[in-house]
Design a protein around this ligand. Structure first.
Ligand code: NAG
Ligand code: NAG
Ligand code: NAG
Ligand code: NAG
Ligand code: NAG
Length: 420
């Protein structure tokens, strides 16, 4: 998440600086930089943070400048969107709530940066993002509506937004192409990718995204807050699609799951690029209606170069590689901050066998309703195992011996999300 924070705050910074062009910032210039450079903020002479998370404050680093009224520090912001914004898997304090917001979600880290600039009582942060959210879940006429929940009595100088993946069936694609939680019933990878292409080609995605952005701007009365900006983030390509050594690896949850062939990895990557492109174009379309751009698209894909799945000489799934910036099923968090507890799954995170989440008779409606990848995975696995008692785990064990597979939803739902 730190790298996302770097990109986002850099983008916010550039968006408030008149001298810079407003195209997608920074990404290209810092491609080659490694993670430590993001953390100490030496690249581009800006920094995302005053602290590196280990408690050592980097004294020399300039303070982040986030958008706010001219000559005043920002006093608040709001985060809307899906699980990428909610930061699923990045740690919880106590019990996880249904939206699966994580302690190290990038909006949380930005809030910490902001609080460091002054007394925290004078800043407000509304964390409205929710795992499983689609664009429709933001909109005002919906119930519940993230934009409707936004309390505009609190000041907000900027908004963060990550949305679109669930509208395009990211889970459906992951399931049918990669994991096959639903085994035989998962449908084909080609069909899932095709459905996403059809969605992207149609008018709805862009129209609803523009509507959501306009609703946010209207709720803050943008005409009275000329400094208010919305930063929209995209997604990062999941794979290195060049490496041969990954061709016979698999993330499949059942015996002999799909292999991560280069062709498959390329197709998944192209899908991510197409989504980013669509979001960028929607944002540009909104901005054309204003004299000053109101919305900024942050493309952080290039920051993940070298940090994707299937990098050279990596045999996936590789649970020891901390340079991969996406979660594996049940993988631990890279939380840079070792003073707070990183997400780890223990026996305490196993579901009781009586859990409705793994009861094939009842689990599907609630899972589909929430859109939560973890709930969907669990229910699909439980249903598949019940329908086909011969099904074996990827290790070759029968399911009966794999009762230790029924973990809390986040164990599965965090996959393919950025680590903290
Ligand atoms: C976790 O929650 C407790 C009790 O609500 C609070 O005192 C503590 O500061 C929280 N820790 C973090 C890291 O947020
Ligand atoms: C919005 O925030 C204000 C100030 O904290 C509070 O008084 C009010 O009840 C909130 N409104 C809603 C609908 O929660
Ligand atoms: C993939 O192939 C390599 C060498 O060709 C082999 O060492 C490795 O065990 C294979 N991996 C799997 C998962 O089959
Ligand atoms: C991968 O391993 C091969 C053989 O061990 C080595 O020659 C090569 O330099 C490695 N590549 C990377 C990128 O580490
Ligand atoms: C990442 O892994 C390497 C090698 O396994 C290890 O030396 C390093 O300390 C790890 N870094 C962190 C931040 O855990």
């Amino acid at each position: 998440m730190r790298c996302l924070v770097f990109f986002i705050t850099t983008a916010l910074l550039l968006s408030t600086s008149e001298a810079r062009p407003r195209s997608s910032p920074s990404a290209v210039r810092i491609q080659a930089a490694d993670r430590s450079e993001y953390l100490d903020g030496t690249v581009l002479d800006v920094t995302s943070t005053a602290g590196d998370g280990d408690g050592d404050v980097v004294q020399a680093a300039p303070r982040p400048r986030l958008p706010g009224r001219p000559h005043r520090r920002p006093t608040g912001f709001v985060a809307f969107g899906d699980s990428y914004s909610a930061g699923i898997g990045t740690g919880v304090n106590g019990t996880e709530e249904p939206c699966r917001r994580g302690l190290h979600a990038h909006p949380m880290l930005i809030n910490e940066d902001l609080a460091r600039q002054g007394p925290s009582t004078s800043t407000s942060f509304q964390f409205l993002s929710c795992t499983g959210a689609r664009i429709q879940d933001l909109l005002l006429h919906r119930e519940p509506s993230q934009i409707g929940e936004f309390n505009t009595t609190h000041t907000a100088d900027f908004a963060l937004l990550s949305i679109g993946g669930n509208d395009l069936g990211f889970f459906d694609i992951m399931n049918s192409c990669i994991f096959r939680f639903y085994s035989f019933y998962s449908g084909t990878c080609e069909e899932a990718l095709h459905r996403a292409e059809v969605q992207l080609a149609g008018p709805d995605f862009e129209n609803y995204l523009r509507l959501a952005i306009m609703e946010i701007l209207d709720r803050v009365h943008w005409e009275k807050r000329p400094w208010f900006t919305i930063t929209v983030t995209g997604y990062a390509r999941f794979f290195n699609a060049e490496t041969e050594e990954c061709d016979n690896c698999s993330f499949g949850v059942w015996w002999r799951g799909p292999q991560l062939k280069r062709e498959l990895r390329s197709k998944m990557n192209e899908m991510v690029l197409a989504v980013n492109d669509k979001i960028r174009r929607s944002v540009n379309a909104v901005n054309r209606a204003f004299v000053m751009p109101r919305v900024l698209f942050v493309d952080y894909d290039s920051a993940f170069e070298g940090h994707r799945f299937c990098e050279p000489n990596v045999t996936e799934p590789d649970y020891t590689r901390n340079e991969t910036w996406f979660f594996l099923v049940g993988g631990s968090d890279n939380a840079y901050d070792t003073t707070t507890e990183a997400q780890r799954f223990t026996e305490g995170d196993l579901l009781p066998l009586s859990s409705p989440l793994i009861n094939p008779n009842v689990c599907m409606d609630a899972a589909a309703q929430s859109g939560d990848w973890g709930q969907l995975s669990l229910c699909m696995m439980a249903t598949a195992a019940e329908r086909d008692p011969t099904l074996r785990l990827s290790t070759g064990e029968p399911v009966a011996e794999g009762t230790s597979m029924w973990y809390v939803p986040t164990y599965y739902g965090q996959t393919f999300h950025p680590v903290g």
